[in-house]
Design a protein around this ligand. Structure first.
Ligand code: NAD
Length: 509
């Protein structure tokens, strides 16, 4: 894939056009593989947020947008999918250059998922239940009652750096599908694809329906989370920031959905097919250098298989090729930044100090041609206990903790002994055994003999402190609507309204 890097400056994207900030400066966006500056992006301010929210609010007030017939909206969603497809190569390049994701993953997964999500929701909106009629009860008299589903209004999306364009789509697609408008604040490491997506989508939707304000969490995220005209906040990021967003959103009682962190357990049962479970477990943890929220970072292995599993994992891990993400031969790219790299390395140190046994990796890698990049070797710790820091905290890097168990009930207890509940998995040849384990695992998605298998027609989200609400699937459409109950009385004569006697004592006289 040819990649031309021209250092370009990006203003904000407000009301269908590029808009300079009211006072904000530019900041650098870097390529984590090379350390080069690849773009300059605007640090937005509270005043910029206000303008974007006003644009979104005015766009929402237009009946043509809010009450668009489902057939027309479906066509619009398909048109967006087509635009994304037409610009796929550019989006993949921009994303690889700024996030460190490999072009192999982005080109054959993320971009396809994005297109498919708009198409899937394009189908769903055609048979969505926008209104429901309730049966008329005999008391307090004949009445017609129905429930309407309506858009919520102006949605604010705050997104992380790990899969920026895919996660932005998880919020943009359902918001637009249900007739809302949106203001997005992408993470500062990776704002480019969100800006470009907004530009592409605005070729299809009216002005103000989609807006992007780049900048820090403090200067842009907080004003969005507290803005009185923002009706909903959809956040994806760490659990710590999620808690903060929830408290900020409470000041104006916003509808809030949160997609947060994870420390997902993967359990190998005694009868597992190791020729599948070993590469599968590594696929579960090292894809995108371990920077996926639902990565299987804790692997539970029975005593009988322990040594064999450790040896097999080490052998496979050492074959992974670290390199520039724009090279299709690269298995694992860099981690997103120097800060993230330091944080991962300090967790690795902590693992050693707390007594875990380093099996492979554990160090920074110098990749030829990418000497200023932030690469970490795939790292595996054996003899980890579920109490160690590396088994409790989200590292968000290529680090696997292997935990030994003797009794499967104990493995399930340890798997659930975490504040998180995003994903989980089980490896076995016996599907009945698998279901017994799956029932007991407290997580929003559970994979049997696989990992990372998210679908646009299935809900994704967390149990416990991994979040509130669901993205994708029909559930995500519900999350971008609110319900209104409408009652029409069929009793026109006041004297027949016996229930008015609740107030008027002389009604019957
Ligand atoms: P983060 O929480 O640091 O930041 C996420 C977003 O919040 C960024 O846009 C950031 O600028 C913004 N932000 C930070 N402080 C803020 C504040 N005070 N007010 C408002 N906004 C603020 O997360 P990250 O480091 O960008 O991403 C990694 C995290 O995201 C991991 O914990 C990962 O598990 C999680 N994640 C979850 C999912 C999911 O679907 N559950 C998906 C991807 C990533």
């Amino acid at each position: 894939m040819a990649v031309n890097v021209e250092i370009k400056s990006f203003p904000l994207f407000i009301n269908g056009e590029w808009s300079p900030s009211k006072g904000g400066q530019l900041f650098d966006v870097m390529n984590p593989a090379t350390g080069d500056v690849i773009a300059k992006v605007t640090s937005g301010t509270a005043e910029d947020v206000d303008l974007a929210v006003k644009a979104a609010s005015e766009a929402f007030d237009k009946d043509d947008w809010r009450d668009m017939p489902p057939k027309k909206r479906s066509k619009m969603l398909y048109a967006i999918a087509q635009k994304i497809l037409e610009n796929a190569e550019e989006l993949v390049s921009l994303e690889a250059l700024s996030s460190g994701g490999t072009v192999r993953r982005l080109g054959s997964n993320d971009i396809i998922q994005m297109v498919d999500l708009f198409q899937t929701l394009g189908k769903f909106v055609l048979d969505y239940t926008y209104s429901e009629t309730l049966p008329s009860p005999p008391f307090p008299g004949p009445a017609h009652n129905f429930i309407w589903r309506e858009p919520i209004g102006v949605c604010a999306a705050i997104t992380p750096w790990n899969m920026p364009m895919l996660i932005a789509t998880w919020k943009i697609a359902p918001a637009l599908a249900m007739g809302n408008t949106i203001v997005i604040k992408p993470a500062s490491y990776t704002p480019l694809t969100t800006l470009r997506l907004a530009e592409i989508i605005s070729e299809v939707v009216p002005k103000g329906v989609i807006n992007v304000v780049t900048g820090s969490g403090k200067d842009v995220g907080e004003p969005l989370a507290t803005h009185p005209q923002v009706d909903k906040i959809a956040f994806t990021g760490s659990t710590d920031v999620g808690r903060h967003i929830m408290s900020l959103a409470s000041s104006t009682v916003k509808n809030t959905t949160l997609e947060l962190g994870g420390k997902s357990p993967s359990i190998i049962l005694e009868d597992a097919d190791l020729s599948l479970a070993l590469p599968g477990s590594l696929f579960g943890v090292f894809l995108h250098s371990g920077q996926l929220c639902e990565s299987g970072t804790r692997l539970f292995v029975p005593d009988q298989l322990y040594d064999q599993v450790i040896d097999g994992l080490k052998e496979l891990s050492e074959k992974l090729v670290l390199g520039n993400p724009i090279d299709p031969a690269t298995d694992m790219g860099p981690v997103v930044s120097a800060t993230q790299k330091e944080s991962i390395l300090s967790y690795i140190e902590k693992g050693k100090q707390e007594g875990a046994r380093l099996i492979c990796g554990g160090y920074e890698v110098n990749v030829k041609g990418c000497e200023k990049g932030h690469f970490i070797a795939p790292t595996i710790f054996a003899d980890v206990t579920n109490e160690m820091t590396i088994a409790r905290e989200e590292i968000f890097g290529p680090v696997l903790s292997v935990i030994r168990y003797s009794d499967v009930d104990d493995a399930i207890r340890m798997a659930n002994d975490t504040i998180y509940g995003l994903a989980a998995g089980v490896w076995t040849r016996d599907v009945n055994k698998a279901y017994q384990v799956v029932r007991k695992l407290r997580a929003g998605v559970v994979w049997i003999n696989d990992w990372h298998m998210l679908r646009n027609d299935a809900p994704f989200g967390g149990y416990k402190q991994s979040g509130i609400g669901r993205e994708m699937g029909k559930h995500c459409l519900d999350a971008y609507t609110q319900v209104k109950h409408v009652h029409t009385s069929m009793v026109p004569e006041v004297e027949r309204r016996s229930w008015y006697s609740l107030l008027f004592s002389n009604q019957s006289k």
